[in-house]
Design a protein around this ligand. Sequence first.
Ligand SMILES: CC/C=C\C/C=C\C/C=C\C/C=C\C/C=C\CCCC(=O)SCCNC(=O)CCNC(=O)[C@H](O)C(C)(C)COP(=O)(O)OP(=O)(O)OC[C@H]1O[C@@H](n2cnc3c(N)ncnc32)[C@H](O)[C@@H]1OP(=O)(O)O
Ligand SMILES: Cc1cc2nc3c(=O)[nH]c(=O)nc-3n(C[C@H](O)[C@H](O)[C@H](O)COP(=O)(O)OP(=O)(O)OC[C@H]3O[C@@H](n4cnc5c(N)ncnc54)[C@H](O)[C@@H]3O)c2cc1C
Length: 636
Amino acid sequence: MEGVDHLAHERNKSEFDVDAMKIVWAGSPHAFDVSDRISKLVASDPGFRKDNRSTLSRKELFKNTLRKAAYAWKTIVDLRLSEEEAAKLRFYVDEPAFTDLHWGMFIPAIKGQGTEEQQQKWLPLAYKMQIIGCYAQTELGHGSNVQGLETTATFDSQTDEFIIHSPTLTSSKWWPGGLGKVATHAIAYARLIVGGREHGVHGFIVQLRSLEDHSPLLGITVGDIGMKFGNGAYNTMDNGVLQFDHVLDVYSIAFASIAVMLWVSQVTCEGKYKQSDVPRQLVYGTMVYVRQTIVADASCALSRAVCIATRYSAVRRQFGSQNGGPETQVIDYKTQQSRLFPLLASAYAFRFIGEWLKWLYADVTQRLQANDFSTLPEAHACTAGLKSLTTTATADGIEECRKLCGGHGYLCSSGLPELFAVYVPACTYEGDNTVLLLQVARFLMKTVSQLGSRLSSKKPVGTIAYMTRVEHLMQCRCGVQRGFAELSADLVEAAVAHCQLIVVSKFIEKLQQEIPGKGVKQQLEVLCNIYALFLLHKHQGDFLSTGCITPKHAALANDELRSLYSQVRPNAIALVDAFNYTDHYLGSILGCYDGNVYPKLYEAAWKDPLNESVVPDGYHLYIRPLLKQEIRTARL
Ligand SMILES: CC/C=C\C/C=C\C/C=C\C/C=C\C/C=C\CCCC(=O)SCCNC(=O)CCNC(=O)[C@H](O)C(C)(C)COP(=O)(O)OP(=O)(O)OC[C@H]1O[C@@H](n2cnc3c(N)ncnc32)[C@H](O)[C@@H]1OP(=O)(O)O
Ligand SMILES: Cc1cc2nc3c(=O)[nH]c(=O)nc-3n(C[C@H](O)[C@H](O)[C@H](O)COP(=O)(O)OP(=O)(O)OC[C@H]3O[C@@H](n4cnc5c(N)ncnc54)[C@H](O)[C@@H]3O)c2cc1C
């Protein structure tokens, strides 16, 4: 029945202050206020409805996304929302669109790598959306190997201009979000050539389309790369293909530095290339920034799936009826708990590692501004490794949550198939997860060779086993005289172990902070122990082989896990309520707040276009002749 909370009995079991946990999850009372207010604003506005997406064709879907993006921008302007509120609004609109790349990459790239002059020229236009940008780095032939990019940017000292060109088919830009049909400008990465000499890959701001009629400029061939995984999902995004045919960057020498996107290098008025004495890797700065935001996003995506699966697991009853009484809630089965509760713990763990990574990025950015590059390698390794670890775990976790919901998890109305389809490319974009782990392995090898066996003693006591595991895995690999490439598969495992150590240690450090609210810290301690012991159980081969635990320890850890699951059980619904997601944002009948699942599932079924007619279109042409044996049977 509408208005009845079918999960009230679960909520009454809670042993902690849910409102206080909401603040912990949001990060601060202010952050909670903004999230709560904006999520409800979006949920209450029919202009942001999303329950019809699965019935639209690609063109209708894309046009609807343009409408929503324009409507969101109008809402932001009309309500005079702050940058923080506007970002939250785009988050809760929950539709992959060109705005993700405009705000998520194009603007950060200019802020992070542009000179003062470049920022003054481009940021005001971008902030007012008077230009729409994309980040055009990947090409048809190269994505991971940035140094292999083929697009060229040749400085013409006669005309004081840059000529951007796609010399081969494989140099076509391929994948940039927003490029296909919308972006008017791109930050295009190309090999800079000055005076016949090549100076490696640099970023260039290039106009792609007319600001008058949106037609591609002279020398620009641009379009969409076509349908992607999952029917609705990420097809709201126009990932594009782009070829330059000797495109003149229209900026005269006076603005030449405007085009070359970097404060780390300049082309002077005399046409000379001037490389500052800073690491060339700063050209990768935007990727480092986005990787740390992707870690925070992982906690959002995983918590969304876990919220759906937890609420549905409390609603669903199957087997176990005693004398005609109610059947057993599937959330009470130990197998369901052993699959679901580690994901709940991971959602919280990723939330806190995302907070720490945001601090680390801010710290390294501040140091860079003072020409202190000492922590850049660690920042790169951490953002690369944690992006890889959290997105892999989250993609796998969303799929596990779908399976935890049985058959109904496979319905679009569960919200889980679309969530998986939108989320899973996170394992690839912003760096293929294996390629990024290789970067971490490389960092560990260098650290071991510089520091000897002890990678770091700066970890909390509770992580000794985790630290020993990493050191042992590295020693086993570094000890033998075989090349990095030969050992890369093993080194990637050590890289994962290192990232898991970081997540566990930062969760423990989080618990050493002042955390207000009745029972809140206790719940987080249970979740932290679940996360740490679940990984120890999952990778017990590593831990046993390093000798840092015995088989008896492993057995005790497993017993403790079961006990911890029992402690979480009465609080599970409250722990997912703490995410404070609206039913609109969850987009899931299985995860609706009131748990009134069956009537909503039944009602939703009849809204499917297939049920607009009782007799299906095609019956008279195909089925009736079949049934009436009017189809000439082939000679046997
Ligand atoms: C709808 C969206 C939903 C959710 C999104 C949510 C949040 C995100 C928010 C905003 C973003 C918006 C939307 C996101 C959606 C899509 C965005 C996707 C965008 C992209 O995919 S952009 C393209 C990304 N491409 C890559 O990541 C390429 C990966 N490859 C690389 O990074 C490099 O090529 C490399 C690291 C693999 C190799 O580098 P290299 O060729 O230079 O060679 P080396 O390995 O020898 O490195 C040399 C040296 O440099 C160091 N190094 C490398 N990288 C860095 C770095 N980034 N920073 C600092 N240092 C770096 C390396 O360690 C070596 O050092 P050493 O001392 O010599 O060992
Ligand atoms: C949805 C989506 C949105 C995107 N948006 C953008 C965007 O806005 N802008 C942009 O510029 N790009 C974008 N990309 C491109 C993305 O950044 C690349 O696809 C990504 O960096 C992976 O590179 P790749 O495709 O070349 O993969 P590849 O490197 O070709 O990977 C293929 C396989 O090779 C393996 N491999 C590659 N190199 C090595 C190595 N050295 N050692 C061991 N194994 C290796 C990989 O692990 C993988 O298994 C997007 C991609 C997707 C899917």
